[in-house]
Ligand binder design. Sequence first.
Ligand code: DGP
Length: 118
Amino acid sequence: MSDTIFAKIIRKEIPADILYQDDLVTAFRDINPQAPSHILIVPNKPIATAADVTEEDEAALGRLFTVARKLAEADGLDQGYRLIVNCKEHGHQEVFHLHMHLLGGRPLGPMLASSQGG
Ligand code: DGP
């Protein structure tokens, strides 16, 4: 797959507010925050979308959740938060390097806008 902006952030070739990095995942603040806390947690391996995951990715994908929990605690999100993974066009995915959004710091409302229907 082609390189993405997130691959460059993981390799520290372009700046980002990196909060956490280990052998499997990297976490950094979203450049266009939709809530007081808006963090992206990404596998270091460039998996394009949620539709491309395989069993060999399970360790990194599990790590997304434990890092999300730690970063939520660090940001004081004790009243709760939302974890989102957008997938391809209908999921409104913009960066094709799988990532988990961690959003919190205010009531986030229903998951989808009701006017968009089912
Ligand atoms: P998605 O629609 O799920 O693919 O979300 C992509 C997110 O990535 C979006 O919330 C904005 C964020 N983003 C895009 N480019 C950059 C960047 O260069 N730096 C950072 N920190 N975030 C970015």
